[in-house]
Design a protein around this ligand. Sequence first.
Ligand code: FAD
Length: 484
Amino acid sequence: MTRSGKEYVEGLRDERRVFIDGEYVSDVANHPAFKGAVESIARVYDMANDPENAVVLTYPSPTTGAPVNLSYLIPRDEDDLRRRRVALRRTAEMTLGLMGRGPEHVAGFLAGWAGRPDVFAAGGRRFADNVTRFYEHVRDNDLYCSYAIIPPQIDRSKPAHQQADPHLYAGVKEEREDGIVIAGAQMLGTGAAISDYLILSCIVPLQPGDEDQAISVAVPLGARGLKIYSRRGYAEAAPSVFDYPLTSRFDETDSLIVFDDVFVPWERVFVFRDRQITSDQWNRTPAHLLGNNQAQIRFSVKLDLLAGLAMRVAQMNGSDKFPPVRGTLGELAAHASMVLGLVYAQEQNCEIDEHGVAWPGRAECFAAMTLQSDFYPKLLHLVRDLCGGGVIQLPSSAADFGNAEARADFERYVQSPGYPSAERVKLLKLVWDMVGSEFASRHQQYEMFYAGAPFLVRSRMSQVYDFDRAGKLVDRALAGYGLE
Ligand SMILES: Cc1cc2nc3c(=O)[nH]c(=O)nc-3n(C[C@H](O)[C@H](O)[C@H](O)COP(=O)(O)OP(=O)(O)OC[C@H]3O[C@@H](n4cnc5c(N)ncnc54)[C@H](O)[C@@H]3O)c2cc1C
């Protein structure tokens, strides 16, 4: 059953320990660092909960028959992937492609796991059942899961078990009859502070001896001993929507997650001290592809916004007909079109596995991930290039318009044909929040790293590309001639 935004917000009132600016926050929904993001997520919930959107955004739960969010769909064919894309695009448009880890992101990972319980059964039947039951629980209750699957950057030259303390990276500290106790930390829980469940696992290769870290578990955010250390809340320093229209509403926040002896009952354990299955859950299920397919759908919305902003600024400044400006606009449009095209291609080139689950096209998904870490910073640069000093030469805040003398000057000097002062300032402040603010800068880092360090993504691309097909062309090119 889908939830309303109000029900989502009510669900955040628990014993969670979110730490920011030197203190624990008891009510994230009303704290200035998180409030805007919570309200945005609540709107996303409301949209899917609206019966008018049910056809596009939901499907009947196979267990209850009630409408559940399409992000949880286990795709069986190309058409399912297409339906999923339409729903995910609508969802991403609600937040302008600026919330990378909304509820729909980890939902895709869980759908991928639930589509292949056999992978988890390799560790024992109960683990497969745990995955299936947890997936059904979050799907049928429309819960929001975030995840932390990267060990903190302490000493990258050593595996987990060789760190100065074996419990620096989150892992098993104690095995009990009723469950396990987790100690250590994991990064970087985007959206964790405002979600319902955190998935803790590890996606980076683990070495022999790292078995304690070879786990996959789900923990409610209110679990005893769980600590969520948020980075600076950009929204807190940007209370005015007019001055920071994106920061104030879409800063999903990122957190270091500390497990201070957190107890996890067996029913929430999916992988236990098994390096092979920890790796297989990403590679032998479609989880990673479904999660990243959603990420690309979301990214294509963001690129459309970026291209749209560039065009609007050029039109406002009267530069949109200059050939070099058209060229810049064309380059932005080309990247937006390429990512969208790769999203479509992931559907068309999907593979149906022996369990009847559709995996989005691997090479197309990795191609987008590989290229975006390089080109996203470049696209920001292109938009900055188009804007010149306009994004800087702006009133200090919306309050400036409250002074009659200043307002008269802005209306005379900070305007463009068809754009009275307040309209021009509004557009350029939006652009600055997209390309230049601290929020924008964090987004640059996000698009570079959310799918893993770029060198790793590139290397994985080389594994999923069909080099046999390419090699045949090399053979053809070499055939039929020689030294003679
Ligand atoms: C904004 C943001 C949000 C994120 N959200 C989440 C989230 O919600 N959940 C989550 O689990 N993770 C999240 N991440 C973490 C993300 O998955 C990691 O940042 C990513 O996997 C890279 O790992 P790392 O940051 O530890 O970088 P590292 O692995 O330490 O790499 C950093 C750089 O060091 C160099 N380097 C490191 N190791 C090697 C090597 N072996 N060979 C060559 N060069 C090397 C490379 O230049 C590399 O780019 C987020 C990250 C960011 C930036």
